[in-house]
Design a protein around this ligand. Structure first.
Ligand code: IVH
Length: 712
């Protein structure tokens, strides 16, 4: 996962620096529009879930928007391939199981996006056509698009929420969810002080107010200061922190976070005044006591809209909340009504998205960090600069070739780009500002941590410190072990690992389970509570699944899915450590490169020592219960499309694979059968028909899993 909040990033240089996620690539080889459409849909669903469901986006909004754009363009060119389950026809992510579902009386729609002036003009031109204003006088000021009358608002980067009041009392608060069904967060919202629990005498019988819950930037900074003081990890950005704060099971935690709210839209209203415009509706909300953003503006023409967006592009950081663009709405409610909506978004509104932020700053120096496998990664040490929602003072430069390619020299003014949560990037130097006779940077010959020689193997892009006892590698290995995707030991971050190593409390990851706590208690800053918390977190980590332990060992090439496959196939760490490379390579999902690397790792004395330390401490070494499933699908290929009642997408794939079958994402002439659930993908259906691949319903699938036979 890519969270990059301006902290000590380069020490983590060997964590996946590619922000790829699934399908985040514009340069794919396209075998057919249908398969690219399938691929884009899968990728967009994945990123929707990360953003809306897990509050942990992997790619910047702009990149996500590009995926959606590409899908929209393909669907427009091939309308026969549009399906109701396509993300272009839906909004957000399905609600989670933690909070009760709430069905929205009026769906909470999404917004279409414009990324530049011409797209904004395109939208305005469509409005003019839709409203039949073509013949209207352009008022003689040279503008080509007739006036429509807009309300310009800021696009708040927070979490959409709907508030329902009956007889002036807040009765329900819900998230947007997938637009039709959201989550009931009433108890948590009651603790947000700026949201009224009761409205005054002027309240209508029913009013539903929609808006954005957000965390003010100042509150976010204070929260992070407190986290840092407690030795806890910093939060990545205000938006995700707001979403996480809202999803707390304990409402008092939400209440203590200082969340705020801006109202921007009316939902259901019964018994309210009749209002001619959206601007009037906002004024009314203000009168009723709702927080309404004062930075809204009623304008006539699209040039004035552009003046508004230009202004806020420049001044966005003058605000105490984050915005990622502007929202422009047709003011007249009659006109809104006549323009209507697509299945996903109203035609009368558009989100104008700001481009990723870029800032110039000074490149103070280029340093090299050593990762857990010894990889030496050059990184830019920057004059701190606030860009894309956080302060950036370091940015990876990846490797020697990249430094040359970017042509950056210490002392240069450089352009830094950052979008949303994503890793900041040094784009290049501002050559016009390069001081005379600036010296080119060259890769150091020795490791900055241990002084031994750095080696760049022939044909490789990276350079390595090959000293196995290098202290920087040791530190990075332990940090990796404690990280979220591995043993997830909260409170054991970079500074504590460094401290414990320096004090000799630990020297490898196995020692984490045998710390002399009485000695830790003598250190400054370690009260009983922080010791109890840290001990508790270490104790809890003993129960992590075997796959997490394998990931935590930081074996080269072994990622979470390979670790999962090994733990399932062998069932115990001892069996994995005793397995040959060939045996491991035979496991589905484990390639020869991974197998060799894992076998090499377990052949070392260091691995044997670690396993014994884990065993002595009672760390879980067991894999998931191995079930002896008959391999009835060996040699068969089964593709699944659409939703099944009794299987999740992954569950169906597991059921096929655990019986020896293959489960690719598309139909080919090798496909044994296509399982068709509700709302299947049109491309898979037509391909199966074309190739004469048998199609099964869910009952047929269950029979196939049982017997390996296709039903008659
Ligand atoms: S209006 C039908 N106004 O942006 C129109 N949305 O990308 C409903 N947002 O889901 C939305 N600031 O969460 C509107 N001033 C604003 C907004 C705003 C932020 C969010 C909202 C929406 C998302 C669409």
């Amino acid at each position: 996962m890519c969270r990059w909040s301006g902290g000590p990033q380069p020490a983590k240089a060997e964590e996946p620096l590619d922000v790829i996620g699934r399908g985040y690539s514009q340069s794919v080889t396209m075998d057919s529009p249908a398969s690219r459409i399938d691929e884009l849909r899968e990728s967009i669903r994945y990123h929707n879930e990360r953003y809306h469901g897990l509050d942990a986006p992997e790619i910047p909004d702009v990149e996500y928007d590009l995926l959606v754009r590409e899908l929209e363009a393909l669907e427009a060119a091939h309308p026969e391939l549009v399906t109701p389950d396509s993300p272009t026809q839906q909004v957000g992510a399905a609600p989670s199981a933690t909070f009760a579902p709430v069905e929205h009386t009026v769906p909470m729609m999404s917004l279409d996006n414009a990324f530049d002036r011409s797209e904004l003009d395109g939208w305005a031109a469509r409005l003019v056509k839709g409203l039949d204003l073509d013949g209207e006088d352009d008022q003689g000021d040279g503008a080509t698009i007739p006036a429509v009358g807009y309300v310009c608002e800021l696009k708040i980067d927070g979490v959409a929420c709907s508030l329902r009041y009956e007889d002036g009392v807040l009765v329900q608060a819900a998230t947007r969810g997938n637009g039709r069904v959201g989550e009931d967060i009433t108890a948590n919202v009651r603790g947000i002080s700026v949201i009224p629990n009761e409205l005054g005498q002027a309240a209508p019988a029913v009013i539903e107010v929609r808006g954005e819950i957000y965390l003010p930037v100042s509150t976010f900074s204070a929260l992070n200061d407190a986290q840092e003081a407690a030795g806890l990890p910093r939060y990545a950005n205000p938006r995700n922190t707001a979403a996480g704060s809202l999803r707390q099971k304990d409402p008092s935690v939400t209440a203590g976070r200082g969340l705020a709210f801006w109202s921007y839209q009316l939902g259901v209203v019964e018994g309210g005044p009749s209002l001619p415009g959206h601007g009037d509706a906002l004024d009314w909300l203000d009168e009723l006591g709702f927080p309404v953003n004062p930075e809204r503006r009623r304008v006539e023409r699209i040039d004035e809209v552009v003046a508004f967006t230009d202004h806020w592009l420049e001044h966005r950081h003058d605000l105490d909340y984050e915005i990622d663009g502007a929202v422009v709405k047709v003011d007249s409610l009659v006109r809104q009504e006549s323009l209507g909506a697509t299945s996903k978004a109203p035609r009368w509104a558009i989100a104008y998205k700001f481009p990723p932020e870029e800032r110039a700053t000074q490149l103070i120096d280029i340093n090299v960090s050593i990762g857990r496998t010894g990889k030496a990664t050059p990184f830019a040490v920057l004059e701190p600069v606030f860009v894309g929602g956080s302060t950036v003072q370091m940015a990876t430069l990846h490797n020697d070739d990249q430094v040359r390619l970017k042509d950056v020299h210490p002392g240069d003014t450089v352009i830094v780009r950052k979008a949303g949560d994503v890793i900041p990037e040094v784009l290049g130097p501002v050559l016009s500002e390069r001081p005379k006779r600036l010296r080119r940077w060259s890769f150091p010959h020795s490791c900055p941590a241990c002084g031994s020689g750095l080696v760049r193997p022939e044909g490789e892009a990276h350079t390595f410190c090959v000293n196995p006892v290098c202290p920087a590698q040791r530190q990075a290995r332990i940090e990796h072990f404690t990280s979220r995707g591995a043993m997830d030991i909260e409170g054991m971050g970079e500074s504590r690992v460094a401290l414990f190593l320096a004090r000799g409390f630990i020297s490898d990851v196995g020692d984490l389970y045998d710390i002399a706590w009485s000695e830790v208690g003598e250190l400054e800053g370690f009260g009983q509570t922080s010791i109890d918390n840290l001990r508790g977190a270490i104790e809890a980590s003993k129960q992590r699944p075997l796959a997490n332990l394998l990931v935590g060992l930081g074996i080269r090439h072994l990622g979470p899915s390979g670790a999962e496959a090994l733990s399932k196939a062998f069932g115990h760490l001892d069996a994995i450590s005793a397995a040959t490379g060939e045996a491991m390579a035979a496991v589905d999902g484990v390639g020869p490169k991974i197998a060799v690397s894992v076998a090499d790792f377990f052949a070392t004395e260091e691995a044997a020592t670690l396993i014994e330390k884990f065993r002595a401490a009672g760390v879980n070494l067991d894999g998931p219960e191995a079930v002896d499933v008959p391999q009835v699908l060996a040699g068969k290929t089964v593709v699944v499309s659409g939703t099944l009642n009794g299987f999740s997408r992954d569950g169906a794939a597991d059921a096929i694979k655990s019986r020896g079958g293959k489960n690719p994402g598309s139909v080919s002439k090798k496909t044994t059968a296509l399982v068709v659930g509700t709302e299947p993908g049109a491309s898979k259906l037509s391909k199966a028909e074309e190739l004469g691949v048998p199609m099964l319903d869910e009952a047929g699938f269950v029979k196939l899993l049982d017997t390996g036979e296709l039903p008659e």
